[in-house]
Ligand binder design. Structure first.
Ligand code: C2E
Ligand code: MG
Ligand code: MG
Ligand code: MG
Length: 283
């Protein structure tokens, strides 16, 4: 189930990593130093408002520029980061960098609604770390406007410890951070999550966005969109790869889409240029 990163380097690295436990340990040791060596990068992928094709926001996506293995995608190291606990530090870095860019976009652009940014958080950050404090800290440090910093969580976060997750997610929502249910439609997707947790956005996994031979996916897609709207949530579709996808998603009533049709994950500077906010040097 390898996701493509637009390069073959990963394929060379991946089997080697799987083969040996010691390789995982080596990666973990490298990862410990990756942050201080500035090897961790946050890219930003545009999320487009389908109605007028303007950039509504960005999703922050982590990369590791490994000195030996080249640019690695999250599937190559997030698992190791979670197991080792390093995800807490990496996740805080992603939050910090995202809030910083959010502040830059908002300072340069006087648009309403303001541009948003969403950051992926893993269940370990939610359940075993004071995520609430981190979110509060970056929001106040960067003067983030209410509703413009969103956290993306998958249902695993909610499933691992529903009582605690409910508390934390409600308190994060009270701070003025948005909450998106990521990869909706994969995994177990109990609909009770939608009722129980304060999500304002559903992100439909790209598995439901690609046309299928039987033509059932449009039906599922339409049902998800209707349900989300009836629950007062907005919908972002992932993986809109071409114009046909974009048109279909718009016709289905999705308000936002993200995918190669609109732009790949890009550097902070490229993102600033895209929205016309490149007035200062991006980090
Ligand atoms: P995700 O949150 O579902 O992110 C969307 C993934 O789809 C990204 O993969 C993105 O590059 C890819 N994508 C975007 N547009 C298209 C498209 O048109 N077609 C196709 N085929 N793919 C597209 P990426 O960057 O490799 O990230 C993979 C996953 O890693 C993310 O899935 C997210 O769950 C996780 N992740 C990324 N950054 C972080 C992070 O900072 N913290 C944590 N905890 N997880 C992260
Ligand atoms: Mg995501
Ligand atoms: Mg997703
Ligand atoms: Mg996904």
């Amino acid at each position: 189930h390898a996701k493509k990163l637009g390069g073959d380097r990963i394929e060379v690295f991946r089997p080697a990593m799987r083969a040996q436990r010691t390789d995982r340990l080596a990666v973990e040791m490298d990862l410990r130093r990756a942050l201080e060596r500035n090897e961790i990068k946050i890219l930003f992928q545009p999320v487009v408002r389908l109605e007028d094709r303007t950039v509504a926001g960005f999703e922050a996506l982590m990369r590791w520029d490994h000195p030996k293995h080249g640019r690695l995608g999250p599937q190559e190291f997030i698992g190791i980061a979670e197991e080792s606990g390093l995800i807490v530090e990496l996740g805080l870095f992603a939050l910090e960098r995202t809030a910083q860019e959010l502040a830059a976009w908002q300072a340069a652009l006087d648009i309403d609604p303001p541009i948003f940014a969403s950051v992926n958080v893993s269940s370990r950050q939610v359940l075993r770390h004071d995520l609430l404090q981190d979110v509060k800290m970056v929001m106040s440090r960067w003067g983030v406007l209410r509703g413009t910093l969103k956290l993306e969580v998958t249902e695993s976060v909610v499933m691992d410890n529903p009582e605690y997750a409910t508390q934390i997610l409600n308190r994060i929502a009270d701070l003025g951070a948005g909450l998106s249910l990521d990869d909706f439609g994969t995994g177990y997707s109990s609909l009770s999550y939608l009722q129980r947790f304060p999500f304002d956005t559903i992100k439909i996994d790209r598995a439901f966005v690609r046309p299928d031979a039987k033509g059932v996916r449009p039906i599922i897609l339409r049902s998800i969109v209707t349900m989300a709207h009836d629950l007062g949530m907005e919908v972002v579709a992932e993986g809109a790869e071409n114009e046909a996808d974009a048109v279909e998603l718009y016709e289905m009533g999705c308000e936002y889409a993200q995918g190669y049709a609109f732009g790949p994950p890009m550097t902070a500077l490229e993102a600033r240029k895209l929205v016309g906010a490149a007035t200062t040097e991006a980090a």
